[in-house]
Write a protein that binds this ligand. Structure first.
Ligand code: MF3
Ligand code: CO
Length: 259
């Protein structure tokens, strides 16, 4: 069957842009704040204050009992790390995932940032993850298929090197809820999936590892860690399909296409 995806009107997408901008500004501030000695809990406090000062609310806090404003995933933690008091050290790589709600609309994005000096293979992995997100976003043109995103992400990752791609976690639709249908895989699938019509809004979030893609969830019910203890990267944007191409709602420098 070819069930269509839910779409947002142009005004609804513009409302989502407001949430996306809050997320973008928060992540930009966090990127500047990250340095040796800073703790993930410090970053969580900065995010909480920034989101509140924008008149927005955090999407994650209280979501299925999640205890913080952001996810801070250090080194072998891939996603959903809970901010703690361990000071960041040079060579660490940290993914920060942030969601905010404005007027009932969600924005969701993540960055992966090196602390101090990164080992070259780790720095290359971060760049590979960022390139794969850009490739996935570029596939979000009207008339393309959902599966084109995962294919573009996987092709890009494989062109960058030998990395693991998580299959246990995916991107997702987003709107009035942080998680809406469909799942957005970061890998090639057999089915081409529904069409990406104008007004479809998706959170695309590739997660890649330096070694095996096998991961386990810790007893806290959140922390997702690589089984081989090698580091991982995770980046995410909330993106709308418009007639004039993808609009990255969670990027600071991303005007509405065609405007
Ligand atoms: N960007 C993450 C996701 O889409 C945010 C969820 S983390 C949670 O899965 F803490 F809110 F659960
Ligand atoms: Co997400």
């Amino acid at each position: 069957r070819d069930m269509g995806l839910a779409t947002k009107s142009p005004d609804q997408v513009r409302a989502m842009r407001e949430a996306g901008l809050v997320v973008a500004r928060t992540l930009a501030l966090l990127r500047e704040t990250i340095e040796t000695g800073v703790t993930p809990r410090d970053l969580d406090a900065v995010a909480a204050r920034t989101i509140a000062e924008a008149g927005a609310s955090p999407s994650f806090l209280g979501y299925h009992g999640y205890p913080a404003t952001i996810c801070t995933s250090v080194n072998d933690v891939v996603v959903h790390g809970i901010p703690d008091d361990r000071q960041l050290r040079s060579g660490d790589v940290i993914s920060i995932d942030c969601g905010a709600v404005v007027d009932g609309w969600h924005g969701d994005a993540a960055i992966t940032v090196g602390v101090g000096v990164l080992a070259v293979p780790v720095a290359r992995m971060v760049e590979a993850c960022e390139r794969s997100l850009a490739a996935g976003i570029a596939a979000m043109t009207p008339g393309s298929r959902l599966a084109d995103i995962g294919s573009a992400v996987q092709d890009s990752v494989e062109a960058s090197g030998h990395y693991g791609i998580l299959t246990d976690f995916t991107g997702h639709g987003i709107g009035r809820a942080m998680h809406e249908p469909p799942f957005v895989p970061n890998y090639r699938t057999r089915r081409r999936g529904p069409r990406l019509e104008v007004g479809v809004v998706l959170a695309v979030e590739p997660m890649i590892t330096l070694g095996s893609p096998e991961v386990s969830v810790e007893p806290d019910g959140w922390t997702v860690r690589t089984d081989d203890a090698l580091p991982a990267a995770h980046v995410e944007h909330t993106v709308a399909v418009t007639a004039d191409g993808p609009w990255v709602l969670t990027a600071l420098d991303s005007p509405e296409p065609g405007r």
